[in-house]
Ligand binder design. Sequence first.
Ligand SMILES: [Zn+2]
Length: 906
Amino acid sequence: MKTNKKYKVLLFCVLMVLFTFGYTFKTSALVSLPGRICIDIPQSGQTVNSQGITIAGWALNSSGVKEVDIFVDGIYVAKTATNILRPDVNKAFPGYPNGDKSGYSYTIGFDVLQLGNRNVTVRAVGNDGTVTDQSVKVNYSGKSIKTTVDEPVQDSTLNGDVIVRGWAISSSGIKVVNILVDDKKIGQAIIGQPRPDVNAVFPQYTGSEKSGFSYTIKNTSIVAGNRKITVEAVSNDGLIDRKNVSVISKNTGFKYSIDTPTGDARISKSDVQLTGWALQNAGVKQINVLIDGKQIGQTTTNIIRPDVDAAFPGYSNGAVSGFSYNIDSNYLNEGNVNLTLLVTDSIGNTDVISKVLNVKESRICIDTPKNGTSYDKRNVTIAGWSLHNAGVKEVKVIIDNKTYNAKIGQTRTDVNNVYPGYIDGAKSGFTFTIDSNLLQNGRKDIIVKSVSKDGTVIQASVPILVTNTVISKGQLFIDDPINNLTSNDSDVTVRGWAIHTYGIDKIEVLVNDRVVATTTTSVARPDVAAAFKEYSELVNIDNSGYSLKLSKNLISEGSNDIVVRAVAYNGAIVSASKKITMIKPVARLAIDSPTNNSNVLGQNILVGGWALNSSGIQKVEVYLNGALLGNATLGISRPDVNAVYPGYPAGNSSGYQMTIPSTSLARGSNIIEVKAYGNDWDCVVNTVRVYNGFSKTIVLDPGHNYGGDYGAAYTLNGIYYSETQLNMDFSVKLKAILEAKGYKVILTREASERSTLSLYDSLKARVNAANSINADLFISLHHNASIASSASGVDVFYSSWRPNIDTSGLVDIGDDTFDTTPSLPAKNSKVIAQKIVDAMAATGYLNRGITDSNLYVTRNTNMTSVLVELGFISNPAEAAKCANPLEQNKKAVAIANAVDAFLKTN
Ligand SMILES: [Zn+2]
């Protein structure tokens, strides 16, 4: 129909052209050709119902057509040109420039058209400026859609959520307005919002009064960078109109989720699998994991998560937004633990994810059966309780490799009271019962596994013995060693077999009653299996052999008892024994430092030396005055020792050492004891004495001997008093007290000696003992005697005359010689003599004073020297007092204090 109509219109136009041309040709043959224009379509008055009005026709101008301008209702709309082939026109009106290409066609867009009667004018403009117009009236009722975006404006910079606002109208009404970011649809705008302004301009459009739309693009959907926002309006009749707005987004949107641990995050104290996802505009670079503020590691990132990408489109890392991390249980202390994830994107921005984890230890306890309970044809009931922070899911019991489900949820308020705060803690009990006839004989572990609702598994086990039908009996044999084996410093192989109807729990090897090794029966012994068929159903008789090598270090030198015993699962023991002899090089121990009897006042002591043992040295203990200080450092290089005693293990590093701080030392004499233990427990002991005190030496002289220098002796009231003995008793006490004060004390005779030297030789030896070592003080100790039994008291003698060191100023008075210009030792002797006698008297004796006398020992010693008379043993009361150990001690302390006070300052 349309084609026919168009054809008729075209024909009409050509006839008109022919008529006009003919007329002009005839009347103005010399005038230039007139301008011509024709609108072929649409016909005047035609109704056009499409997405625009197409205007087509032809135009001619004698100077050539420069352009064709289109006007709607007198308003310029567009221009076009004549360039469509129209040979028909050229044939009808020859002579025009480009007459064969005089056609034009232009579609006026619906967006510039308003519905209703429109006056469309076409104007041809010639190159010489002449114009030719033609108009046509059209009723425009076509499909149309028109969209305007008010916000955001083009090239604006945005931060945060973006509001998209505008209006859309269509001749058929707007169905939907879609919002797209970077060509990806993110939602539909709310439409139908009042727009009276639009209605005022386009009243003829259905619903233009409510043509407004709006939409808020969440910041997470419009990531940082140059973004394109598209508003896509769709009309009810299917027209689509898109408007693009370019914007710059400054968003750093961040979205995340922790998937596990889930929910309220009650977890067991066990390794925890952390999983989740994080979305960042610039992509996630790394996620640091912190527990209570302390970094513990980094998650694995870039885990594929298409689900996240679909739910939150637009993120660059959406498809690989997953992360995971295994949190070691060591970081999870019981209580609330703060989990922090520090998420860093690829441009350095960070975001934080926080979650509080509630951590509780998973617990399990088997109350019954008790360890090692034996069952003979009766029910075995396994009962106990278990706790998980997330709640108990199930409890399984495993016996004889079979798994059973226990009943859970038994009331246990007692457990809940002790461990409060667990889900269902008051119903934490479990129980399971099985007939022991269903179980295999022998020892076995019952295993109980408790599974948490979060997947944590904990277990406990208890050994029981099932003895439904067994008689307890067994045998054990030692193949090696042979009895009375002699080992020359070598390891010893212990080998044999053992069988028991209850099964053998373990084989123990004892050396001299000490268990030194444990093994099991695991060596194939078909010979034993063949010989003892009656055991075959009850034990693993095929592997009844045992074998182990006993280190020579575990065996002492000499004769040793080797016992092998098999312990059956019911506790029964079968054993056998052998004797072996071990030959070893002798153990050695030396203390190189400190030197015996050395003075170490105020110094730390390096205890050092070396120790050798054929089994190797296990430890070297150092004792001070009987108390263990500790183990010395071993392994110190001593090639010298190895050269002298080759063949010992680690001889080249046989040195040991330990430092004793000076503050640990007692004042005076200290005994350092060193004990070297071999790996065979053989022990060698050595000791040294050091003096921690003044570097002064006192020679104590217990007077008299048992022959030519025999002292006084009395029997009073039936008691025998010997001066020789009492002098020694007292001297030993005084020595100990002085040593405790730090002095080196030497006795001129020892308690065990029974010297019978002549008087002269005896005295000479005593003086020599002091002079030969340049002693600092000499004290000769005596007890007095008198024919008058009432005589009593103490006195002290010294000698101003010292013929060995000073011969000037001598005067003789009677039989005695005195020095009027005494030497320093002589002067000091007088001073200390007075101090000693006063000190003794203060303990309850008559003070008989001091006397300058030519006694041999005070005269011939070259140092400060005195002779002390400690009391009269001819006086019954004083003899008893002098023999009383408590009284002796009192007097010795008094003398020692006087000596100490003197020697400290002299
Ligand atoms: Zn005497």
